[in-house]
Design a protein around this ligand. Structure first.
Ligand code: ZN
Length: 350
């Protein structure tokens, strides 16, 4: 009987899904649902112990506009959002997360340290790490950063794909390179330094190439992309070039491979009929290039379109089985499923 591994996942948008009327509003996190990708019963079924629960604030009243081209597509960036709006909306997600953890503390916890996470894993419970995706809620002079840290923020993506006071994001496009726009702004550089000081993880997914290179130069923490894939295998702007992958490897960092079908396929086709083996192609590529210690999962559950054979968190054992078929032994599986995340957090958090 093969052993099972607790899975730590780099990114989900479950809090947003639970709050948005057009998504999963009304479903309970504690009940098995057919809506969305993550709830506690499906996590338990799939062996997903926990991970980064994002607070992402969509631009109100604005749909992303996708234009198809001969070879692929381009997506028009959403407008920016104001700091008060971002703070208010992420506050709702934060309240929700705290109320979930308060409702069933024996089953689901917020974890702010590696010791906390290890304890949760030992007891077979589930956990969330609070993550801000797109730092609009933070004042550009960082006056409220410490307050957010004290409330429990342990991971920040300076930008989502839309630009803000800290930097420039990559709009979704295929085929295209992630080199859109200039590097970090002055507040952006201050934010990276402040995150290093407080021990907040900086997430490079969604950041443009110039911004990435600024963080690589400035940061003294391991470089992390929580939900990205390999540009060489799928030329989406959201994916990492070989140079970025190497920089992450050299820093002792980590890439959470996303399951989003728009980031997986060579042909860029937005097609759910994408085999799980393609996810393993991306994992293989990173493992072979920079080592097995630098690759993990970063699903993007509840924030992206999943392959038909990996429709939600309950289906994760299928991905583990595919990794076994492809030659991943018990030691490698322990690293990819959870040990790599624990090491990086241990080397990042204070
Ligand atoms: Zn994202």
């Amino acid at each position: 009987m093969p052993s099972t591994f607790p899975i730590i996942d780099g990114h989900n948008d479950t809090l947003m899904n639970l709050l948005l009327p057009e998504r999963g509003y009304g479903r309970s996190f504690f009940d098995n649902s057919e809506i969305g990708h993550v709830d506690l019963p499906r996590m338990q079924q799939g062996g997903m112990a926990g991970g980064f629960f994002a607070m992402f604030v969509p631009t109100p009243n604005e749909e992303e506009i996708i234009t198809f081209t001969d070879q692929g597509y381009e997506v028009q960036l959403a407008s920016g959002i104001t700091q008060p709006y971002a703070l208010e909306r992420s506050g709702l997600m934060w309240d929700l997360l705290e109320s979930l953890a308060g409702e069933e503390p024996d089953q689901f916890r917020i974890c702010l340290s590696v010791d906390d996470i290890r304890q949760v894993l030992e007891n077979g419970r589930a956990f969330a790490i609070p993550h801000i995706e797109g730092a609009e809620a933070i004042l550009p002079d960082l006056a409220n950063l410490e307050e957010l840290y004290n409330r429990g923020i342990r991971s920040i993506g300076p930008v989502w794909s839309r630009n803000n006071a800290f930097g420039h994001g990559v709009p979704y496009a295929f085929p295209a390179m992630p080199d859109f726009g200039p590097g970090l702004t002055d507040p952006g550089r201050d934010l990276i330094r402040a995150c290093n000081e407080l021990g907040i993880m900086v997430d490079l997914s969604h950041l443009n190439l110039a911004g990435f290179s600024d963080v690589a130069r400035l940061s003294d923490a391991p470089l992390v992309a929580t939900h990205s894939c390999v540009h060489e295998l799928c030329q989406s702007t959201r994916n990492l070039t070989d140079w970025q992958i190497d920089a992450i490897g050299e820093s002792g960092g980590l890439i959470g491979i996303a399951f989003d079908v728009s980031m997986l396929r060579q042909d860029g086709d937005l097609n759910r009929e994408t085999p799980v083996s393609v996810i393993v192609d991306h994992i293989d590529y990173v493992a072979e290039r920079i080592g097995i210690q630098s690759v993990a999962f970063g699903s993007d559950f509840d924030g992206a379109v999943m392959p038909v054979d990996l429709p939600d968190s309950a289906a994760l054992p299928g991905l583990i089985a595919e990794l076994r078929t492809r030659g991943y032994d018990e030691e490698s599986l322990a690293l990819v499923t959870h040990e790599n995340w624990l090491r990086v957090l241990n080397n990042t958090w204070n």
